[in-house]
Ligand binder design. Structure first.
Ligand SMILES: [Zn+2]
Ligand SMILES: [Zn+2]
Length: 256
């Protein structure tokens, strides 16, 4: 399994893009940086897009991807919770600000939505996909992907503290988890349902208690302005827990 970090942040700048992960060139989780990162050819190779939740930084490229695919007669399957489908189709693809690619062309719509249920396995392009609820300000699922050759990754999407229930459902070799802010914003971040390095540490301790091991960890969704502080604090967590935690960045590739 090859994971390419198209976007690894929560804010877009000249050097950072919104969160988006490309798995084996054909599955994408979260749509923050698809059209800004991939060639037209690579965009047409995408078979399925999994959305974690409705926030703009995670759904942003649905209209731009829809247009590119429509113009090339291509289409893609999209998987999400019902509420994410409703919001994307009524707010972004509403035929007011952009065409409703989920209904056009009529015979085979460009964006083919599929509703997922939390904790119900789906077989998507040969990958076993398990959506697992996490603790964010709106309904959100993380996704565990198991490749045909048995490699397992879990990406949390946006989440605050309290992942013990989530950990019980997953057994990843690689954990991609959000760390939005540095520890001076710990209280505010927890309230907004995000993580900081010390909150990450607590969640990893809980993971190890429940699962008996710690996977390799990659942090994503960092605020660009806080990245240096977050990196210093994460290095301390890595040392304390004696595990591997890397900061994700645009263009980073991880192979399992
Ligand atoms: Zn969010
Ligand atoms: Zn976000």
């Amino acid at each position: 399994m090859k994971i390419r970090f198209l976007g690894a942040h929560n804010c877009e700048t000249e050097r950072t893009r919104l969160i988006s992960l490309l798995i084996d060139d054909m599955l994408v989780i979260d749509a923050g940086a698809i059209t800004s990162s991939l060639s037209l050819e690579a965009q047409q190779k995408i078979k399925a897009i999994l959305l974690t939740h409705q926030h703009y930084d995670h759904i942003r490229d649905m209209p731009t991807l829809g247009m590119n695919l429509l113009l090339h007669g291509a289409s893609v399957a999209v998987y999400s919770l019902p509420v994410v489908h409703d919001i994307v189709t009524t707010h972004l693809l509403d035929d007011e600000i952009y065409p409703n690619f989920h209904q056009r062309p009529r015979r085979k719509p460009t964006l083919r939505f599929n509703i997922i249920e939390p904790l119900k396995n789906e077989l998507i392009e040969g990958y076993n996909v398990l959506p697992v609820p996490v603790s964010h300000s709106v309904p959100t699922v993380g996704y565990q992907l198991t490749s045909p050759d048995g490699k397992i990754v879990f990406y949390t999407g946006d989440t605050g503290p309290g992942l013990a229930d989530c950990w019980r459902h997953i057994s990843p070799q690689l954990l991609i988890i959000e760390v939005t802010a540095s520890d001076k914003y710990r209280e505010g971040a927890a309230e907004a349902r995000h993580l900081t390095p010390s909150l990450l540490k607590e969640e990893l301790v809980s993971f190890r208690e429940i699962k008996g091991y710690l996977p390799r960890v990659v942090a994503v969704h960092m605020s660009p302005a806080l990245e240096k502080e977050i990196a210093t604090e994460i290095a301390a967590v890595e040392k304390e827990l004696d595990c591997s935690i890397t900061m994700g960045y645009e263009g980073m590739e991880v192979s399992l």
